[in-house]
Design a binder for this molecule. Structure first.
Ligand SMILES: *Cc1c(COP(=O)(O)O)cnc(C)c1O
Length: 964
């Protein structure tokens, strides 16, 4: 007898092992789901949904998938090509020690990084507390009355400060004054942002020139840096006073660590303060992600861009956090929005706030004093070597004029040979910035690099004599971080428990599915996350010499090539650090293209009414005129209206911005015709790529007629949402637009339109996540993921059709990768609104689907491919059970104003009370389905009152007594 055939080694090696880890349903589940939907096979289902006309002409050319271990090894080899020198470059990026307790329990903890943006206030209390701490920290250190919950980076924050000032001041001038002592990347991004708005940027090269410029009447705001990029410290009070006499605004970019020792911007007349919190515990990561901040005067607050967390009360009168003043945001204001920022930098903001909580005011001050002390000793030593720094004052940065470019080059080279990067500036100068990680030994290396021949100074000898470089008049006298939260959790035990207590309040992907339409909350696999904290990726300065960044260069090249395959486009830039920024960069490319054709008058941007709010907001930021086009009753773009508007604006048509599949969750069959129509009128087609989870491997926008798309790597390509950031929003274009992708002159990346982010690779340090995903899935795995996502959405739609009709579907009743459940009829029959169902889902242990977007009083559900059939069924069963509860209201068993839906979510204290006066039982309230008795998520607060919070706006730590 023959022995049974041994399985092949390659089958046992199972290179595609990751696919079934990422995709939640198996072949058995699939057969069941298809039978519920009524389709014979997955192929048949997909063929019946994706219009034949847009199907990909060929597969994606991607490397064959490898196992998790192999992908990690391959990426490690790439990472190892980054050379890790110790960085003293400064320029907005500094060494920092991420406290271990924060690294492991926040940055590496899915309870924090997989959370969604806190739109559902009740299940987001933990992260909103951390964000209120962030806002308080920024307000205190800057001495400004109000601060938002994060910006994308310091450079875009400065650009947003420019437009905030433009909207807010009396001065009518069109000039924006920028000190040349701002970080160069900040100046570059400001120039990019100013040009399409017709703002003229005046860059100032000296103190005298600054004084002359602010004495003019032609400007609306002026920006300076504190400490200056070259290290200089100045008292800005007189400048601020003069600027105010002109009715203009004074903006200061400030360093939070320095502000623990320095007179605060708010005490010197600043109207807006921006900056980065990177050195509060976030690694440099080649430029991001880090949380930037913006603080402003009280009377600017309703116009402040970005999210703002405020304190309100819940139905029980208890204080509760929620996002405040939502009406300012692009979601609501669309083309009248003050900014397009949507995804921000929540996770890095949480980390920065926790760094302040952990160290407290004394700890931060000690860290800053040590930096300042080391800087003073370094300066004294340089003086001893005959190399007195340019400025007499300094916090952490010294600039030394070496007299010639050759001498400066020699210093830079000697430093590099000793494993140190210094900053080269103005040709013959060298900059040195110290930070929390600097040691005594580093000073010796630095002196050696500057003057190797001379007798070397000694830290110990200079310590006693080196005078402080902070002028007495600039010393901080006001207190900060006095709130108990910054003065309590200083032991590691205390800190660990504080972090845990906050995350326990929140519902993230580590507890249940988050079925958010348009936001693709899929698996963020641990293997994908591991590389982001490797020192080879984390401890890299974005402006280190290019030859040290070969690992990042290769990561960038490979990822761009793979994304080209996924989208069908010819070129990609990874610089935009959120989807909104990708939109902005893409529209800039279209604008630059038209200008190069001598068609600069083409400025009309057609946007269907169903579009995401960032689309019109981005269009207005590039100076386009938004013309809204209609949708038909099936939710599709109304082709007749579009045609009419194309004809009407034919001469001036710049582009159309569509989302595909549409935000209504449907593959429109006429998309190819739509693209052709727009092209016939000389316009370009922007395809918003937020819904790429329905397309990867199945259809490619670059093939079916799109000219530009942005992707959201934090949706489709597995970067976690982080509670509202970080994100990555690559901009992808067809061949003739490649020359107009963003450049980055500061980083030596020439050509293209200007920089749109502070760093050339934007949020570089999270790119390994998407690299890992694509590497482990391969072309077949990615396609299978798309098909599973479509299958799951159709399964939910089919199972719920008798309970909640799906609002929009294609002719055969199918949806794409998400479905809009229509709850509008319930209002009439029961008074129940979609919001009540969303809140009741919390009692069932779920995060609500997208509420009332793109249609009011609906829920948009996107299950993604990562959920198991069991979890899909748990969600569906919860929705059906809730429909039965609505029926009890409809039939009068429960009154319209007192039922489990209106009173949801139920907190434990509200149930554990002696006098229970509701017409339903406490068991019904807490355990409407039996499985909840085993795992119950308790909402920490009852329903939050949004109106109260906006009328009584508190955005920093407020004593509870003030809320009574
Ligand atoms: C998420 C989203 C955006 C914006 O992306 P951000 O990363 O949040 O800036 C744009 N369009 C659509 C349809 C989206 O869903």
């Amino acid at each position: 007898m023959n022995a049974p055939a041994a399985p092949s080694l390659s089958a046992l090696e199972n290179a595609a092992e990751f696919q079934p880890r990422h995709i939640g349903i198996d072949a058995f589940d699939e057969a069941h789901m298809l039978s519920v939907i009524g389709e014979a096979s997955r192929r048949a289902l997909i063929d019946s949904i994706v219009p034949r006309s847009i199907a990909r002409s060929r597969g994606m050319d991607l490397p064959a998938p490898v196992t998790e271990a192999a992908a990690l090894a391959e990426l490690k080899a790439i990472a190892s090509q980054n050379r890790l020198l110790k960085n003293f470059i400064g320029q907005g990026y500094y060494g920092t020690h991420t406290p271990g307790v924060i690294l492991r329990n926040i940055l590496e903890n899915p309870a924090w990084y997989t959370a969604y943006t806190p739109y559902q206030a009740e299940i987001s209390q933990g992260r909103m507390e951390a964000l209120v701490n962030f806002q308080t920290m920024v307000c205190d250190l800057t001495a400004m009355p109000i601060a938002n919950a994060s910006m994308l980076d310091e450079a875009t924050a400065a650009a947003e400060a420019m437009t905030l000032a433009k909207r807010s001041v009396k001065a009518k001038g069109n000039v924006f004054i920028v000190s040349g002592d701002c970080h160069p990347q900040t100046i570059e991004v400001i120039q990019t942002r100013a040009a399409p708005l017709g703002i003229s940027v005046k860059v100032i090269r000296s103190g005298d020139e600054w004084l002359a410029a602010i004495a003019q009447d032609d400007y609306f705001a002026a920006l300076n840096q504190y400490p200056g990029s070259s290290g200089w410290l100045a008292d800005w009070q007189q400048s601020a006073d003069l600027i105010h006499t002109k009715g203009a605004a004074f903006i200061l970019a400030a360093d939070l660590l320095a502000l623990t020792l320095l007179k605060a911007p708010g005490e010197m007349g600043a109207d807006i303060v921006v900056g980065t919190t990177q050195r509060f515990g976030m690694p440099m990561g080649a430029g991001g992600p880090h949380a930037a901040f913006m603080a402003c005067r009280d009377d600017y607050k309703r116009s402040l861009p970005g999210r703002l967390v405020g304190v309100s009360v819940d139905v029980h009168g208890q204080p509760a956090y929620r996002l405040a003043l939502q009406t300012r945001e692009q979601h609501i204001r669309r083309e009248k929005a003050t900014s397009n920022i949507c995804t921000a930098q929540v996770l890095p903001a949480v980390i920065a706030s926790m760094y302040a909580v952990y160290h407290g005011p004394q700890g931060l001050t000690r860290i800053a004093q040590r930096v300042a002390r080391l800087t003073a000793i370094l300066a004294a030593g340089l003086k001893q070597l005959g190399l007195a720094p340019l400025h007499a004052s300094a916090f952490d940065t010294l600039t030394v004029d070496l007299g010639s470019a050759a001498a400066a080059q020699a210093v830079l080279q000697r430093a590099q040979d000793a494993g140190i990067n210094l900053r080269s500036l103005r040709g013959q100068c060298v900059g040195v910035s110290l930070d929390e990680t600097t040691t005594r030994a580093d000073l010796a290396l630095l002196w050696q690099a500057f003057a190797p021949q001379a007798a070397q100074p000694s830290v110990e000898q200079l310590e006693a004599s080196a005078a402080s470089l902070i002028p007495a008049s600039l010393a901080r006298t006001s207190s900060f971080l006095t709130h108990p939260v910054f003065n309590t959790h200083h032991s590691e035990t205390g800190m660990l428990r504080y972090i845990r207590a906050l995350s326990d309040k929140d519902l993230a992907l580590d507890r249940s599915m988050i079925p958010l339409g348009s936001c693709t909350m899929k698996l963020n696999a641990t293997s994908e996350m591991i590389p982001i904290t490797w020192p080879e990726f984390a401890n890299v300065h974005p402006f280190a010499p290019a030859e040290q960044l070969q690992g990042y260069r290769q990561l960038d090249e490979q990822l761009r090539a793979w994304l080209c395959q996924a989208t069908g486009y010819a070129g990609v830039s990874l610089q935009p650090n959120a989807g909104s920024q990708g939109e902005y960069a893409g529209l800039l490319a279209i604008k630059a293209y038209h200008a190069a054709q001598g068609q600069g008058h083409r400025t009309v941007c057609l946007i269907p009414s169903s579009a995401h709010g960032t689309n019109p907001a981005s269009a207005q930021m590039v100076g386009m005129q938004v013309v809204v086009t209609k949708c038909d009753e099936n939710g599709n773009v109304d082709m007749q209206d579009l045609q009419a508007k194309c004809e009407q604006h034919s001469q001036n048509l710049a582009c159309v911005m569509i989302t595909y599949p549409s935000t209504h969750g449907v593959f429109e069959t006429q998309v190819k015709e739509l693209c052709e129509l727009v092209h016939r009128h000389g316009g370009r087609v922007y395809v918003d790529g937020a819904n790429m989870n329905a397309l990867v491997g199945v259809a490619a926008p670059g093939e079916f007629g799109g000219d530009v798309s942005h992707l959201n790597l934090h949706k489709t390509f597995c970067i976690p949402h982080g509670g509202g950031g970080p994100g990555v929003g690559p901009v992808c274009v067809v061949a003739d637009l490649v020359p107009y992708l963003p450049g980055h002159a500061t980083a030596g990346v020439t050509g293209g339109t200007g920089a749109v982010s502070a760093a050339p690779l934007g949020n570089a340090a999270v790119l390994p996540i998407s690299w890992m995903y694509i590497r482990m899935m391969g072309a077949e795995g990615l396609t299978a993921a798309t098909e599973a996502a479509i299958l799951s959405a159709n399964y939910i739609s089919a199972r719920l059709k008798d309970h909640y009709p799906t609002l929009y579907a294609s002719a055969n009743g199918h949806v794409a990768h998400e479905c809009i459940l229509d709850l509008r009829g319930l209002k009439e029959s029961s008074g129940v609104m979609a919001e009540d169902v969303a809140k009741r889902l919390i009692d069932y242990g779920f995060h609500a689907p997208t509420l009332s977007f793109p249609v009011a009083n609906t829920l948009m559900v996107e299950p993604t491919e990562s959920e198991t059939l069991a979890e899909l069924d748990r969600f569906i069963d919860a929705m059906i059970a809730i429909r039965e509860e609505v029926r009890q209201v409809e039939n009068g068993t429960w009154p319209q104003d007192d039922n489990p839906l209106k009173n949801a979510p139920h907190t434990a204290p509200s149930l554990l009370t002696g006098d229970w006066a509701h017409p339903y039982t406490r068991e019904t309230a807490a355990y409407p389905v039996a499985s909840l008795r085993h795992t119950k998520y308790w909402s920490p607060v009852g329903r939050v009152d949004n109106v109260y919070g906006d009328r009584n706006l508190f955005c920093s730590c407020v004593p509870v007594s003030e809320l009574a």
